[in-house]
Design a protein around this ligand. Sequence first.
Ligand SMILES: NC(=O)c1ccc[n+]([C@@H]2O[C@H](COP(=O)([O-])OP(=O)(O)OC[C@H]3O[C@@H](n4cnc5c(N)ncnc54)[C@H](O)[C@@H]3O)[C@@H](O)[C@H]2O)c1
Length: 388
Amino acid sequence: MKKNRLVAAQIGCGKFAYIQDLVNLTTHPDVDLKWVCDISADRAEETAKRFHVPHATTDFMEIIADSEVDFIKIATSHEVHLPIVQAAAKAGKHVFCEKPMAMTDREGYLIMQEVKRSGIKFCVDLNRRMAPAMIALKNAWQQHKTKPIHNPWRYVEGNPRKPLPEENLPHLNIRIQDESSSYGLIHLAPLSGGGEIIGESVHWLDLACWLFAPALPCEITAWGSSRLSHGIYLKFTDGASMTLDFSCSGTFDYPKEQYELTDNAALFRSLGFVENQYYGFPGAGREFFPLEHGPVVKGQDDMIAKYFQRVQEQKNIKSLENSEPFVQDKGHQSMLDGFVKAIQNDTKSPCTELDGFRATYLANRAIAAIESHMTLPIPVEKITPCIL
Ligand SMILES: NC(=O)c1ccc[n+]([C@@H]2O[C@H](COP(=O)([O-])OP(=O)(O)OC[C@H]3O[C@@H](n4cnc5c(N)ncnc54)[C@H](O)[C@@H]3O)[C@@H](O)[C@H]2O)c1
């Protein structure tokens, strides 16, 4: 039976849950957050009090046993996703799971199997694909791709030649600068987090798959440290490609993410999710995107100025985010809303278990490429698995 209001439970009440999940779940118009759960009893109690949630527990099975609960949000460390998903799916509860969906391919297969057998809705929070700036960038690019019209003043070598086979292929360049002193060891340890490729770069592996779909990834190269700074080159069946340059020795005083997509003599840039810039075709210009919470900024420069002002005032921008988030819209709220609508209307989840599996599979292939110093194939049968 179609249900408009959904009862939810949050499992894992750490730093991320405080900044995103608990804010988004308690403000969503169709969601009632009934439970919070953390293995730390103090944290569970503190969370319930702070976000006005009626029930707190240290045992997620108490939530699974509550027949009123429609869906759970998981934001624990990574190694417990599988047992929580298995228990929830068996009880018919829908699952919104934090990235990475799984740490290993086997965990990913088991989750896909559980979701298929139970028929629940499942969503992975690979949220960049839902960020308004990313959706606008994809739309602008696809418009150009369908019918490239170049600026009249574009320089073209005399006697225009036929493009070469590897000319005019889309390339996505992603630059990430992050501050590693903020990383908890739990995210870097092999059994609970898996390091930055498994824990973070799944975002950009997924983003590239989403952007270049229906082409599939077919080849991967990677270098650096799978735990901290690294690079990844991912190639797709239609010749599109992505390079990720992830440095963890940066600073929160400057926006973390910058995207540049080039294709057929045009450039589509996205700066920190607040400003997109387009170049190379008539009418190309700028677009600005509001922050998820907090003050409105006019663009990247304005955001950096505001950041800088806060750093001067507060000395520590990251600790400030707990009380007064200054967060770019990276798509978390839209992902939750898309998941809620998928349950309400029985439609496709905005980021499925197959998307989650592919990101984990590609992350592990990138690690294998680092370990072997080799470019590795992505066999099609691995990323289109048969699930019984
Ligand atoms: N999508 C994003 O942009 C984004 C950003 C940051 C973090 N994350 C993800 O969010 C998740 C949490 O990260 P974090 O930084 O908040 O970590 P954290 O260590 O601060 O929080 C994890 C919490 O889960 C609790 N926990 C662990 N096992 C549990 C269990 N079995 N039952 C109940 N609670 C349990 C821990 O006690 C802890 O409070 C991770 O998956 C991380 O990758 C996502």
